[in-house]
Write a protein that binds this ligand. Structure first.
Ligand code: SAH
Length: 392
């Protein structure tokens, strides 16, 4: 096992099990160490601190995945981690009504840089850096043993790979994957396009928010902005909304949204799909045209140096939505920017309320669901925030 020494003054976060160790925290890095090499970190007195893997291209030199000395890294190691993650989801989330969830959530499931989403009997997988990718064969074998999926498809076409020195990779890794996978979520049926859809195919992280929406929708008109394949729209109509309008800039997403409505036998007369830029669409709406507005945009802050610019984007769309909503209207507003904290997001919504001259009361605050556990010291991992508010 390769041993790396951590500068004494930099051991604190490692003892707190924060998963990222920056190169500046290491006393020295031996020449020729390749990405993915398992390492054990020790303090300057030689005491064991933690285990992880080295990543040569990244400023994050080591990502932690273990806290016991002498643990070997092989297929069994990955089986152990995957079993632990699988148990959380199967014990507390999966049911006859819900067969899809995030199975492995990177750092938070002690497998840094690895995302595995389970869509019914299929897996969609992302390797975020060359270090974790070097263990692909063992990880795929471990997934096949523990989860026994019908197919595993790789969607390592995320931007972060570029920063970590890796090319995009997509394709079948094992078994077969159909063009569309039929999943169940809280009793609803949804088509997921693992191969051609956005990210790993679907936004599983909004499951609990979609369910929470249902209590507000009976007899109401709902505007679902950034609808993607209509997750919130299906729940809204299923929950008794009078009308649901889905707006997105992706035609493929809207076509699937329409299919998803049909799949759940929801009335075609009550739904509309609009291919548009949400910012433009909102600017054209007259006050009072919708009772409920959902805003679930892509991350507006993708870079920690551009937080202000992104926050202005959130303020703008939220102010527009607040201007449209009638008295007692409901705003469901999400941010999936990891660089924006819940506090910052709430403050931005208060600025939007000021601009729209409305009173806003927060009714519910959400982050992720059970399938996105959060390692306690890894604040950076908490990317999703979603506030349900009533407007007057
Ligand atoms: N709410 C969805 C997930 C939304 S993901 C769900 O529950 O599944 C963000 C979506 O915003 C994507 O579908 C993307 O196509 C869309 N999008 C990005 N920029 C947009 C814009 N300016 N106007 C409209 N849609 C946009």
């Amino acid at each position: 096992m390769t041993i790396l020494t951590v500068l004494q003054k930099r051991t604190g976060p490692i003892l707190g099990r924060h998963p990222w160790v920056f190169s500046g925290a290491l006393k020295n890095i031996p020449d020729g160490l390749t990405s993915g090499t398992p390492v054990e970190l020790v303090d300057e007195a030689g005491n064991y601190l933690a285990s992880g893997y080295f990543n040569s291209y990244s400023q994050i030199a080591v990502r932690l995945w273990g806290f016991e000395p002498g643990e070997e890294v092989n297929e069994d190691f990955f089986k152990k981690r995957i079993k632990q993650a699988f148990a959380i989801r199967e014990n507390y989330l999966a049911s006859k009504e819900t067969d899809s969830y995030r199975l492995v959530y990177g750092e938070n499931d002690f497998l840094p840089g690895l995302i595995v989403d389970k869509y019914a009997e299929y897996l969609s997988i992302q390797f975020h850096n060359p270090g974790i990718e070097s263990w692909k064969k063992e990880i795929v074998a471990a997934l096949n043993t523990v989860v026994k999926p019908k197919g595993i498809y790789e969607r390592s076409d995320v931007k972060v790979r570029g920063l970590e020195g890796a090319e995009k990779q997509v394709g079948l890794l094992s078994g077969k994957v159909p063009e569309r996978v039929l999943i169940k979520e809280n009793g609803y049926k949804l088509y997921v396009d693992i191969i051609g859809g956005q990210k790993t195919g679907f936004f599983l992280d909004q499951r609990d928010k979609r369910a929470a929406l249902q209590k507000y929708v009976k007899g109401k008109s709902v505007l679902n902005c950034f609808s993607y394949t209509g997750g919130f729209s299906v729940y809204a109509l299923g929950g008794g909304a009078e009308k649901v309008v889905s707006v997105d800039s992706s035609e493929a997403a809207l076509l699937l949204a329409e299919e998803n409505m049909k799949l759940n036998k929801l009335s075609a007369k009550k739904c509309e799909f609009i291919l548009a830029d949400v910012k433009v669409y909102l600017a054209d709406q007259v006050p009072g045209s919708y009772d409920i507005i959902i805003l679930d945009p892509p991350a507006f802050v993708k870079d920690r140096h551009k937080v202000e610019e992104g926050l202005r984007g959130y303020k703008r769309i939220n102010a527009a939505a607040l201007t449209i909503l009638p008295k007692s209207g409901i705003l469901v507003s999400a941010s999936c920017s990891a660089h924006v904290s819940l506090e910052q997001f709430r403050y931005t919504l208060s600025e939007a309320a000021l601009q729209a001259k409305r009173s806003v009361q927060i009714l519910e605050t959400y982050t992720h669901g059970i399938d996105h556990p959060e390692a306690i010291s890894f604040m950076e991992g908490e990317y999703l925030k979603c506030l349900f508010s009533i407007v007057s």
